[in-house]
Write a protein that binds this ligand. Structure first.
Ligand code: A2P
Length: 274
């Protein structure tokens, strides 16, 4: 990342991973399959179970990279510090690797969201400087949200975690972040399982003897995006790490860029009702 901290190049996503045994087991299985990077969020409602899976893995804390996120109801200086403490308690951790502002523009702060982000960011900068967080960043931020944040930020975000998959390419946000050395993390890198049967994607996968999911994740890596695939299926958890024995051609990358994603809906963070 732009602050010199290393981040494992594939992360295990836990959005909509059911709280309880499912979350604990899948995190433990992911770590046993070789993942060293786990991504959760206060709003996923599974931080405690994720923390349990981390402890059950038996892997040294310092060899793992853990991300969680500040939820919309906690924006503001004091609330951010409190929410951070709650997340840490739930996860059972004494430091965090990456803390993200989950959404730029919560419905409840719509008329003052820029001020709220500035306050949250100040709190996060303090936690970062105090060594409680190794890197701080944002999620779902579009260029205008970042422009506003950067007016008062002293620390440039290390990461912007956005929705990215073949056909859903967020070109302007990607360019903006690249120009400022902000690492792009890709959530829903498999298009939430909606694109994996698309003919063009299946054809590329067959040519390389890989699965469509592996092609999506390889597409991320070749763009220098950090994919966060989610799965609760042990065989898929393993499959989603087996990405380093093939290379997509320029032509295949172009085909994937414009993959047909008809039926998918663009979600505008400025209009979210949460
Ligand atoms: P499951 O968790 O039941 O294994 P995304 O990461 O884009 O949000 O996609 C997650 C969805 O894709 C989940 O429904 C997950 O199902 C499914 N999935 C994850 N890995 C694979 C894979 N390798 N092949 C097919 N589907 C997958």
């Amino acid at each position: 990342m732009n602050n010199g901290v290393n981040i494992p190049c594939v992360g295990f996503g836990t959005w909509e991973v059911e709280d309880g045994q499912v979350a604990t087991d899948s995190v433990r299985q992911a770590i046993s399959a070789g993942y060293r990077h786990i991504d959760t969020a206060m709003n996923y409602g599974n931080e405690e179970s994720v923390g349990k899976g981390i402890r059950e893995s038996g892997i040294d804390r310092k060899d793992l990279f853990i991300t969680t996120k500040l939820w919309n109801t906690d924006h503001g200086y004091e609330s951010t510090k409190k929410a951070f403490d709650v997340s840490m308690r739930k996860l059972g951790l004494d430091y965090l690797d990456l803390y993200l502002i989950h959404w730029p523009n919560p419905a409840m702060f719509r008329t003052e969201y820029q001020q709220k982000n500035a306050e949250s960011w100040k709190a996060m900068e303090e936690l970062y400087r105090a060594g409680k967080i190794r890197a701080i960043g944002v999620s779902n931020f579009l260029p205008h949200h970042l422009d506003a944040l950067l007016k008062t930020a002293e620390v440039i975000p290390a990461v912007n975690q956005i929705r990215l998959f073949p056909g859903y390419t967020m070109d302007e946000t990607v360019q903006y972040c690249r120009e400022r050395n902000i690492l792009l993390e890709a959530y829903s890198p498999l298009g939430r399982n909606t694109i994996l049967k698309r003919e063009a994607l299946v054809a590329i996968a067959e040519k390389h003897g890989k699965s469509p999911a592996q092609v999506c994740l390889r597409w991320c890596l070749q763009h220098d995006y950090l994919p966060l695939p989610k799965s609760v299926t042990p065989s898929r958890i393993i499959e989603n790490t087996d990405l380093f024995d093939f290379t997509l051609s320029e032509e295949e990358m172009k085909t994937l860029h414009t993959l047909d994603i008809t039926g998918d809906e663009w979600f505008d963070p400025d209009l979210a009702d949460f």
